[in-house]
Design a protein around this ligand. Structure first.
Ligand code: G4P
Length: 506
């Protein structure tokens, strides 16, 4: 059985993802990385100017994947970009993990971005472990948080521990599994390793614990693995409470690499053939070289440096000579990677998000969706002689997953679509910096887009009446540009033979 655990942390900004990541890496012995994570947290908050975005992108090549080991288990933690804005990057990262940790601020409960990310996890039935953070501060009653998670996310909750007081009254965290209380120590009131057994709890806490243990379902592995139940841990990332319990829970509960769906059926991690898929492409920091790093999630087999793999988009093999492997602390040079691991593959734009790589080119992984954009803008070229460069740039950047591009059937105004505002800033800066194209963005009459599918006859008749609202995407697939979500519903009702889809699988 695989000793890999590949997971992501989902949370709303400020809930403590960076702090928790740092503590996980510290406990896993990957200490040298901890400072980097912190720096990134600070850089991330200043997100308005391009240089800072670039800085963050640069650093995150190495911290996009953080590997650490503990007690014989190798953990691959994939970073989900943490800006308030949402990008497809974030969604796609969740296609490359087998489970997620959901961090919730004890005082704030479920916040908008937590909920959005949770919905993506639910689409994929990802198992989720919940970490209620900041119990060292004043917060809501733990019952309130548990009930909110249960109600808002329609998820069974199973508390695995309990805070002994909150904020000023905080005296530690009780672990239901061992019955021990981790205690704060010294002036910093951190957890430094002191655990007490057979603790007599204050009467009100003892009563809470009894209610909590009796009133919520017990942990059930099958329900957790199906994404129907979440074990809940209380802790403080800042003060180090609950962190080792969390790592332990990931080792014991979180699934090892899961089989992945493909057009040739489920691919099991035990299969001998090396297979994987690209879930993220990142442009290199150096603007003079249009180098990119494609992040591949290994699905099966044992990868060795120099191996030849065939990308589904190319149909001829490439030799992977200088892969970036993400090392655990004490493996300075690792030459192999296994199912669940991530490899960074440098390339010049040959690898695209959604590509499958395999030894035999005999299959394609499915389930790596494009998401319907939530913001659509017309691209306005300042210098009309640069049309060709603009088209090349838009095609490139859409391959990279920075934007989606739509070429309307009528008119010459190309439209770009994104799921988060930040992507638009990135687009404009990169057009200028990398392609020397000056462009502006203006409002478009469209609010969202849907990929449409159906019989030729049904599509033809739809096209006849809706040409002004139709476009082709980068791959030449037909897209309905809608003025409002209502418009989508209306057209769907009027055209029951067509499928209007908010996602597209490559
Ligand atoms: P994020 O990545 O989810 O955005 O959150 P981050 O870890 O950056 O944490 C946000 C703020 O919350 C930080 O404070 C951090 O120190 C604090 N924090 C995180 N975990 C805990 C916890 O368990 N208890 C308490 N009391 N605070 C916590 P900041 O002042 O915004 O940043 P900094 O200047 O301390 O870096």
């Amino acid at each position: 059985m695989s000793n890999r655990r590949t997971f992501a942390i989902i949370s709303h900004p400020d809930a403590g993802k960076t702090t928790l990541t740092e503590k996980l890496l510290l406990q896993g012995g990957a200490i040298h990385l901890a400072g980097e994570v912190k720096a990134r947290g600070a850089a991330r908050r200043a997100r308005s100017d391009w240089m800072k975005i670039e800085q963050q992108r640069g650093i995150s090549v190495t911290s996009s994947v953080m590997t650490f080991e503990k007690d014989g288990i190798t953990f691959n933690l994939l970073d989900t970009p943490g800006h308030e804005d949402f990008s497809e990057d974030t969604y796609r990262t969740l296609t490359a993990v087998d489970s997620a940790i959901m961090v919730i601020d004890a005082a704030k409960g479920i916040e908008p971005q937590t909920r959005k990310l949770f919905e993506v996890c639910r689409l994929r039935n990802l198992p989720i472990i919940t970490f209620v953070n900041k119990v060292d501060r004043e917060g809501r009653s733990p019952f309130e948080t548990l009930d909110e998670v249960a109600d808002a996310l329609a998820l069974d909750v199973s508390p695995q521990g309990w805070p002994v007081g909150l904020g000023g009254l905080f005296q530690g965290v009780l672990d239901f599994a061992t019955g021990e209380v981790s205690r704060p120590e010294g002036d910093s009131r951190e957890f430094l390793g002191k655990r007490e057994a057979n603790v007599e709890l204050p009467a009100d806490i003892a009563e809470e614990v009894e209610l909590a243990q009796g009133g919520y379902p017990e942990f059930d592995m099958e329900a957790y693995r199906n994404g129907d139940l979440t074990p809940v841990f209380f802790g403080s990332a800042l003060k180090n409470f609950g962190v080792s319990e969390l790592i332990d829970a990931i080792s014991r509960f979180a699934p090892p690499p899961r089989p992945q769906p493909s057009d040739a059926g489920l691919v099991e991690p035990e299969n001998k053939e090396v297979t994987g898929f690209i879930f993220k492409v990142q442009a290199n920091m150096d603007p003079n070289h249009r180098d990119r790093i494609a992040f591949m999630r290994m699905v099966s087999g044992t990868f060795r440096r120099g191996m030849k793999l065939t990308p589904s988009g190319l149909a001829k093999p490439i030799a992977v000579h200088s892969p970036i492997l993400f090392f655990a602390q004490d493996r300075e040079i690792a030459d192999t990677a296994e199912a669940g691991d991530i490899i960074g593959i440098p390339n010049h734009g040959t690898l695209r998000v959604g590509d499958t790589l395999s030894e035999t080119n005999g299959l394609r992984f499915t389930g790596l969706p494009n998401f319907a954009p939530e913001i659509l803008r017309r691209v306005q070229l300042r210098d009309p002689t640069k049309t060709k460069q603009l088209r090349k740039a838009l095609d490139d950047l859409s391959e990279e997953g920075v934007i989606q591009v739509f070429y309307p059937e009528i008119g010459s105004n190309w439209i770009v679509g994104v799921v988060g505002q930040l992507q638009l800033e990135v687009l404009i800066s990169r057009l200028e910096a990398e392609y020397k194209v000056e462009a502006g963005l203006e409002a478009s009459p469209f609010a969202t887009a849907r990929w449409i599918k159906g019989s030729d006859a049904a599509l033809n008749s739809f096209e006849q009446f809706n040409r002004a609202n139709l476009a082709k995407d980068r791959d030449g697939d037909l897209v309905f540009m809608a003025k409002s979500p209502w418009d989508v519903g209306y057209q769907q009702e009027k055209n029951p033979d067509l499928i209007f889809s908010a996602t597209k699988e490559r």
